[in-house]
Design a protein around this ligand. Structure first.
Ligand code: KIV
Length: 286
């Protein structure tokens, strides 16, 4: 009897399904958390099998799936659709979905209504961008049973207000604001925090100051509890100049000029983050 190729494999999972308690235990014993963006069921299964801890349905899908020049046109409907696709493909990873621009900023009730749709599609946590002005919303969601991942530093939904994709928190005032925003998010109950394009020393300091809020860095050095990359960047498929904090994991480090397959490249990323080989602050840090 043949098995339909699109049916999920039935082999027993080699590791338990991840939840916030398990992720917290891993971080406490010094194990780095590995996150990667994910947008469809096939890749969700591949990432799960490769040992990725956290799959993020990022609104970066506006760039890498839809071919837009920013994340601003991504709608809640798009996010719900891709979240449902990933939820059907993944088994063990923790699933975080981005709240897209315009779906949560107006007030906490608007945020709750949007988050409820994403949770209904299979998300286990929602991520939203912003600092002090979002604290009331984070508390409102957390109080109603929705785990929240905050996102500070370079927040792509505000790219026009920030004047481009640039490192945040470089000067004293910027660093003080980031410290205060991180403290406010931890106090409001955010269980995870993405730090994007932040100097390594500041990201490490924030991580140590708020151990219960799991910090996941992208372009924020090696001192965060975990790392995240955009899947297409990791696979060397990003358009234009590769950002400094990205490594193309399809390039085989053991054989110059050779390339790795997709699953092997993702497994390398997992292994290198877990072993502290990625990111290398001298190469990828700020
Ligand atoms: O949308 C996204 O992919 C993200 C990551 C860059 C953290 O928010």
């Amino acid at each position: 009897m043949s098995v339909h190729p699109s049916e999920p494999a039935t082999a027993p999972p080699a590791r338990p399904a991840l939840n916030l308690v398990r992720l917290g235990e891993m971080a406490r014993r010094g194990e780095k958390l590995v996150a990667l963006t994910s947008y469809d069921a096939t890749f969700a299964r591949l990432l799960d099998d490769a040992g990725v801890d956290i799959q993020l349905v990022g609104d970066s899908l506006g760039n890498v799936i839809q071919g837009r020049s920013s994340t601003l046109p991504v709608s809640l409907e798009h996010m719900v659709y891709h979240t449902a696709c990933v939820a059907r493909g993944k088994q063990l990873s923790w699933l975080v979905a981005d709240m897209p621009f315009g779906s949560y900023e107006a007030d906490p009730r608007q945020a709750f209504a949007s988050a409820a749709q994403l949770m209904g599609a299979g998300a286990q946590m929602v991520k939203l961008e912003g600092g002090g002005e979002m604290v009331r919303t984070v508390r409102f969601l957390v109080d109603r049973g929705i785990p929240v991942c905050a996102h500070l530093g370079l927040t792509p939904q505000r790219v026009h207000a920030l004047g481009g994709f640039r490192v945040q928190g470089r000067n004293d005032a910027g660093a003080a604001l980031l410290r205060a925003d991180a403290a406010a998010m931890a106090e409001a109950g955010a269980a995870m925090l993405v730090l994007e394009l932040v100097p390594s020393t500041l990201a490490r300091e924030i991580t140590l100051a708020h151990p219960a809020m799991l910090s996941i860095g992208i372009g924020a050095g090696a001192g965060t509890a975990g790392q995240v990359l955009v899947l297409h960047d990791l696979l060397g498929l990003g358009a234009g100049k590769r950002p400094r904090f990205v490594r193309d994991f399809t390039r085989d480090p053991d054989a110059a000029g050779a390339t790795l397959g997709i699953a092997e490249a993702v497994r390398r990323y997992v292994a290198d983050v877990k072993a502290g080989r990625f990111p290398d602050e001298a190469v990828h840090g700020f």
